[in-house]
Design a protein around this ligand. Structure first.
Ligand code: ADP
Ligand code: MG
Length: 292
């Protein structure tokens, strides 16, 4: 049976926009030692915008954008949405329907446009060496500014890159500082590259970060944190975060996140309100004292 103090804390939470799918999660939050947070869509708004497009010499920008956007049009990833929106504003031709489209979570997308095979995504997805060679060739310092670089590859190699900039949520620093004040170790997990990750981590005031995470790397990092700290929460919004949400002692989903994240999580933050996490921790500590 559920304790009156737990019930009252759950309804108190609901009023403040934090939904608990059971009393045990509230109790666990009161014992929280460490918290991992996803970057895109969690610490940041997850609404990136295209800032630069750089393409291989023998290509036309219009042809490049048409192919990349035609494929991204079938992905729900925030980067895909931004790329399609940008491409539509720059090209006059209609997007085409690709074939054999695959959306590979945490990596990118691939498909045939006509008989050309294209891959669009992170450096390791299109081949790290070639990707870095291309990037170095144009001496970009883009990732240092917290921009994400998406690589596009056709059958001849890297065809071009698209850089995107996402912004840190206004309430992120406040939320992270409040968690630290409760003695909780904070760490950012992201599929994005090292330099971009560092820039966003610094801006967020977070204790630590791990870049280039695949969905399964996020799971491994949660397991390590549990061994090291005990009770560990994970906060995320994407399909790619679902395995890590399930592995954490407490999985917390952003209210505007994907269905899979919302279903997997133990706790849901309505209105994406990050500062509510530290408030819930305080509430839970108080509740745990009453129960004991
Ligand atoms: P995060 O962990 O920051 O939320 P993801 O795991 O969703 O990021 O994605 C990791 C990386 O994979 C992105 O930074 C991007 O380079 C690449 N990626 C994933 N999906 C796509 C896509 N649809 N289009 C382009 N790149 C993608
Ligand atoms: Mg995300």
């Amino acid at each position: 049976s559920i304790m009156p103090a737990t019930l009252s804390a759950i309804s108190n939470g609901a009023r403040r926009g934090i939904l608990f799918k059971g009393g045990v999660h509230l109790e666990n939050l009161g014992n929280l030692q460490a918290i991992a947070l996803d970057k895109t869509g969690t610490l940041t708004k997850g609404k990136p915008e295209v800032t630069d497009v750089v393409i291989r010499e023998n290509l036309q920008e219009e042809d490049f954008l048409l192919r990349v956007a035609s494929i991204e049009n079938y992905s729900n990833h925030p980067l895909a949405t931004a790329i399609v929106r940008y491409a539509k504003s720059r090209i006059t031709k209609e997007l085409v329907k690709p074939t054999d489209m695959e959306d590979i979570s945490g990596n990118g997308v691939q498909a045939y446009v006509g008989n050309e095979f294209w891959q669009v995504g992170r450096a390791s997805f299109v081949g790290r060496d070639k990707a870095e060679q291309f990037q170095n060739g144009i001496a970009l310092s883009l990732a240092n500014e917290g921009k994400t670089i998406v690589f596009a590859k056709d059958e001849h190699g890297i065809a071009g890159i698209i850089t995107l900039k996402d912004v840190v949520r206004e309430e992120t620093v406040k939320a992270i500082e409040a968690l630290k004040k409760e003695g909780i170790y904070t760490v950012m997990l992201t599929g994005d590259g090292e330099k971009t990750a560092r820039a966003i981590a610094i801006e967020s005031h977070i204790d630590a970060y791990i870049a280039e995470c695949l969905p399964e790397t996020k799971v491994d990092e949660i397991k390590k944190l549990k061994e090291q700290f005990g009770t560990v929460a994970m906060v995320g919004d994407g399909i790619n975060d679902a395995p890590a949400l399930a592995t954490a002692s407490v999985g917390i989903a952003m209210g505007e996140g994907t269905d899979v994240a919302l279903e997997t999580a133990d706790v849901v933050l309505m209105k994406n309100n990050l500062p509510r996490i530290a408030e819930a921790v305080k509430l839970s500590k108080k509740m745990n004292r009453i129960i004991k």
